[in-house]
Design a protein around this ligand. Structure first.
Ligand code: OSB
Ligand code: MG
Length: 369
């Protein structure tokens, strides 16, 4: 059942609390929601995870618009699709721009699942009925503020606590959290803030029984990470460095990591995310689903992906109301005892809150297919 129309909306939403990582502080969020519409009124939704500023990766809201309008949507206008896996194959000649690709591919996956009256989770081959959830805590103004947050989320049932680190906010801070919470699952995420010159410093983390350290070294590195992993007991998890199954294979063969954070946008969509999952499952690499401070549509895609069996570690799909006064889906993502019950409605399984979608939309473009 062919796509008749693609709608691209630009939204602006405001985070309840600013979120600070080693690369900067985010509060206002502009992003795209893509909608793929067929002749029978079925609507599939995808969300872009690109930020306004290229500090996580080179993609931005601005490059998304250029690449979707000028290159990716024309490919969808010129080619028939019989399965969502076709989309990543058709986009293959266009280099990188994975977040732009994933936005449209996600809308096609949701549409396909709705046309077949199945959940996106089951269309992907997922079987879990509930998924484990962790929280990602940004860099705080003080250790006391961090300890308060950790206590809050531990009491709320979150299954693991991820703490953002950067030079000057790392070993001491984590030591202090470990002292106050001797038993809880803790991990750290550096967002590529260190180099191999920091190896001796980072090795002190081995004493703290962390689940993993995420992306300690450069965003485009897998060589130095292999050296660090060979010298460190704490498992390294790669985020920024992994854009494809090929990147995954090379990192695993080099011993650059023991865990991979799969983000659908970073790897160019659900089909590639699934291929990475399958490869990791066959090669003894644990995976989990990362987050990009998505609104509800993006979170719903993350939840569906996490139902695949290789997602053995809690993901960053914390509840909507921690981030937003109002989300664009209904019901909002709800976390209870550190778990999300996977929705059983077709496609992403959450309805769009049309009023909220309109409220946050600053720009709409319609393309006929
Ligand atoms: O590195 O995982 C990351 C948020 C923005 C940019 C990068 C990252 C994050 C997170 C996830 O830590 C937070 C979330 O979506 O809940
Ligand atoms: Mg990360």
């Amino acid at each position: 059942n062919p796509i008749k129309q693609i709608k691209l909306r630009k939204l602006n939403m405001h985070l309840k609390h600013s979120f600070t990582t080693s690369f900067g502080t985010m509060q206002d969020k502009d992003f795209f929601i893509a909608e793929a519409i067929d002749g029978e009124g079925n609507r599939g939704f995808g969300e872009s995870v690109a930020f306004s500023y290229p500090w996580y990766s080179e993609e931005t809201v601005g490059t998304n618009w250029h690449v979707m309008r000028d290159f990716l949507i024309p490919v969808l206008q010129d080619n028939a699709i019989s399965h969502p896996d076709d989309v990543s194959a058709l986009f293959e000649p266009i280099k990188r721009n994975n977040m732009a690709k994933s936005t449209l591919e996600g809308a096609v996956w949701d549409l396909y699942a709705k046309q077949n009256n199945q959940t996106l989770a089951s269309a992907l081959g997922g079987e879990k009925e509930a998924i484990d959830v962790g929280i990602s805590i940004g860099i705080q103004p003080s250790v006391e503020a961090l300890l308060d947050k950790v206590a809050y989320f531990v009491n709320d049932g979150y299954k693991r606590i991820k703490i953002k680190i950067k030079p000057g906010w790392d070993v001491d801070v984590l030591q202090s959290v470990r002292q106050h919470f001797p038993k809880i699952p803790i991990m750290a995420d550096a967002n590529s803030a260190y180099t191999l010159h920091d190896m001796e410093h980072l090795k002190q983390l081995d004493a703290l029984n962390l689940m993993m350290i995420e992306q300690p070294l450069a965003h485009d590195d897998i060589i130095d990470h292999a050296t660090l992993q060979a010298n460190m007991q704490t498992p390294i998890c790669l985020d920024e460095s992994i854009h494809s199954l090929e990147d995954t294979r090379k990192a695993v063969e080099l011993g650059s990591c023991k865990i991979i954070n799969i983000k659908i946008g970073r790897v160019g969509g659900l089909s590639e995310a699934k291929r990475i999952h399958d490869y990791c499952r066959n090669n003894g690499i644990d995976v989990w689903c990362g987050g990009m401070l998505e609104a509800g549509v993006g979170r719903a895609h993350n939840i569906a992906l996490t139902t695949l069996p290789g997602f053995t570690l809690p993901g960053d799909t914390a509840g909507s109301l921690l981030y937003w006064e109002k989300d664009i889906i209904t019901p909002v993502v709800n976390v209870e005892d550190g778990m999300i019950r996977v929705p059983d409605q077709p496609g992403i399984g959450y309805a769009i809150d049309e009023e909220a979608l309109e409220q946050f939309t600053v720009d709409v473009h319609t393309f006929h297919v």
